[in-house]
Design a protein around this ligand. Structure first.
Ligand code: ATP
Ligand code: MG
Length: 584
């Protein structure tokens, strides 16, 4: 099917003028001008994310505005104004100071989406210690690996997590001097302390020390979709990217109520679940519970969410849930839906328009980029299946490696490596303890992202696949995304994962793993029908030759299909690092 661009009505564009003239906005853009919009620390003492996101707001007219509304699993609700966040994060910063945690030292948080996680993140940034979030569902082994690789100095967690996962590995982590438990009143011993007690004893005043924009702020491990997760280091200067993307992509306006569904255990949950909305002085919703279609629609309705940031995996689950939201829920305040993390199938973009009343805006970035780099902007024509265009201040290109350098491909619609020109503020400054790997990402003045893409004649970028997932069949390069999207156009298909399976004559054959929608039976007849459907859509060179029905696809905790695992299982090879595999 040829997907038509989704144009925005002139009225809609008039209220959201950002980037209406893309070329002009880009030409007039400079990071220095953005920098001058931020106040910086008093007396020219540098740039600190927590100052810009919280203290600056609390010192002005937004002081009593709702910053976070937290929705507990069990129905509890907790509200935090900017002033509350300022005081609590200052208390946490004072706790760190009292325990001797210094600038640059790593503070890990292992917890679900509970308020202390957010307070610790901000307090940590104030103390210029490094915030390192971990998924709460990690088991002891991935936790130990990350604490050890990140030289964890302090850990914030819950009593239950501590007993189950940390107590047993504590001895192997000599650098970990303190563990603070969020839910005990009395210390367990001299190093396992009660966070509520320490917070109560701490002062609510804290003066942020001078912060160099290059000071390390956040350490995030990548999702581990393609192998062992890497520890990407982001610095305080990243806040410039959060400001710009909040404006141009998210289109934040002062009355917005924003909901980013990502867990801070991965980078979307910290850049957009914590920093960007605070920086723009708007209200964010935090939901402690896991995905549930009914609950999510109810939150959108009851909290009157206006801007929503979620992921393809969640959208596909909503598509599968077969609820007609507009008949049952009032979603009228919602004006923008964004998606990130995986390619967003054109089917899903159009489903959004039909079923939610709004198309879904795809955007692309990575842990390494610290913020959104390529996007379908609020005001721009959406091309379903495309990631959109680069942000102002971001120079992207399609390149091809030639020995030790790269050729920039200027022809449109040619596949190659997606590359970015280094120098944007939220660019990662290191893979912690892996200088060699970091260095290898940069070739001839470009950062090579590891993703393959193409650019059309109008400058829209189209995701082809991860370098590691590309299938080589009969001399063709096949991106799994194209095949998966085509299969998803069949009414029986809920989702699909596609791999290359080695074959002596043609190199690899395309194999698809398919999950069916409720009400469809995995029969041989349907399998043949789907193979035929693929052939009609894609042509026989690209269409899957083999197809297997599965109940679910292996995915990372951040919701990405792990094709390398499908492949390893298919070929009976070792599974490699599975620490981020979603289980249960
Ligand atoms: P690892 O690097 O450990 O294998 P990962 O790359 O999945 O894991 P992240 O940094 O969380 O870790 O994810 C970034 C990657 O996600 C991108 O490089 C890209 O492959 C994919 N991605 C993110 N957004 C999009 C999008 N809008 N379209 C297509 N792919 C996307
Ligand atoms: Mg990656």
């Amino acid at each position: 099917m040829d997907w038509k661009p989704i144009r925005k009505s002139p009225e809609l564009q008039a209220v959201r003028p950002h980037l209406l003239d893309y070329e002009k906005t880009c030409a007039g853009f400079s990071w220095e001008a953005v920098r001058s919009e931020l106040s910086g620390l008093p007396e020219g003492k540098g740039l600190n994310i927590a100052h810009e996101a919280v203290d600056r707001q609390a010192a002005g007219p937004l002081r009593d505005r709702l910053a976070f509304r937290w929705l507990g699993k069990d129905g509890a609700v907790q509200d935090f104004t900017f002033c509350d966040l300022k005081e609590q994060s200052s208390r946490f910063a004072n706790v760190l100071k009292r325990l001797g945690v210094e600038k640059g030292e790593r503070v890990f948080v292992l917890a679900g989406r509970i308020p202390p996680l957010y307070i610790a993140a901000l307090g940590c940034l104030k103390n210029i210690s490094v915030f390192c979030p971990l998924f709460s569902a990690f088991g002891p082994d991935p936790i130990r690996q990350r604490l050890s690789r990140g030289d964890a100095r302090l850990l914030v967690t819950t009593e239950r997590q501590y007993a189950k996962k940390i107590a047993g590995i504590r001895e192997s982590l000599p650098q970990l001097r303190h563990v603070l438990l969020t839910d005990i009143d009395d210390d367990l011993d001299e190093t396992v302390l009660s966070l509520p007690r320490l917070m109560a004893e701490a002062s609510a005043d804290f003066t942020i020390p001078p912060t160099d924009p290059e000071d390390m702020a956040v350490l995030h491990f990548t999702s581990g979709t393609t192998g062992m997760p890497k520890g990407a280091v982001l610095v305080h200067d990243a806040v410039l990217t959060h400001l710009v993307t909040g404006r141009y992509v998210m289109d934040f306006h002062s009355a917005d109520i924003f909901w980013c569904t990502a867990d801070p255990g991965w980078v979307t949950g910290s850049s957009y679940g914590i920093i960007a909305p605070l920086l723009h002085g708007i209200t964010s919703i935090i939901d402690e519970a896991d995905f549930d279609a009914e609950r999510w629609y109810r939150i959108l309705e009851e909290q009157r969410v206006t801007v929503w940031y979620t992921a393809p995996t969640a959208i596909r689950m909503l598509m599968r849930a077969a609820i007609e939201p507009l008949k049952r829920f009032d979603l009228s305040p919602l004006r923008l839906i964004h998606s990130v993390g995986e390619p967003l199938n054109p089917e899903a973009v159009v489903w959004g328009e039909r079923v939610l009343g709004l198309p879904i805006h795809d955007n692309w970035w990575q842990t390494e980029t610290g913020g959104i780099m390529i996007a379908n902007y609020a005001a721009m024509e959406i091309r379903p299946g495309s990631m959109g265009r680069p942000l102002p201040g971001i120079e992207a290109a399609i390149v091809r490696r030639v020995d030790d350098s790269v050729d920039v491909l200027t022809e449109p619609d040619v596949e190659g490596d997606l590359a970015l020109r280094p120098g944007w503020p939220s660019m990662f400054r290191a893979y912690l303890h892996d200088e060699e790997r970091y260095r290898k990402c940069f070739v001839s003045g470009w950062y090579i992202t590891g993703d393959l893409a193409k650019r059309d004649a109008d400058g829209y970028y189209w995701f082809v696949g991860r370098g590691d997932d590309i299938i080589k069949t009969s001399g063709h390069m096949v991106g799994p995304f194209e095949v998966e999207s085509a299969l998803m156009e069949h009414p029986a298909v809920a989702e699909a994962g596609v791999i290359g399976k080695p074959e002596p004559i043609i190199g690899e054959i395309v194999k698809a793993f398919v999950c069916l929608k409720p009400g469809f039976e995995p029969t041989d007849k349907l399998r043949l029908e789907l193979i035929g459907f693929g052939r009609t859509r894609l042509g026989s060179a690209v269409a899957p030759k083999e197809m297997e029905f599965v109940d679910s696809l292996p995915r990372t905790r951040s919701g990405k299909i792990m094709r390398r695992l499908l492949k390893a299982r298919e070929l009976g090879l070792p599974e490699g690092d599975t620490s981020t595999l979603e289980t249960g």
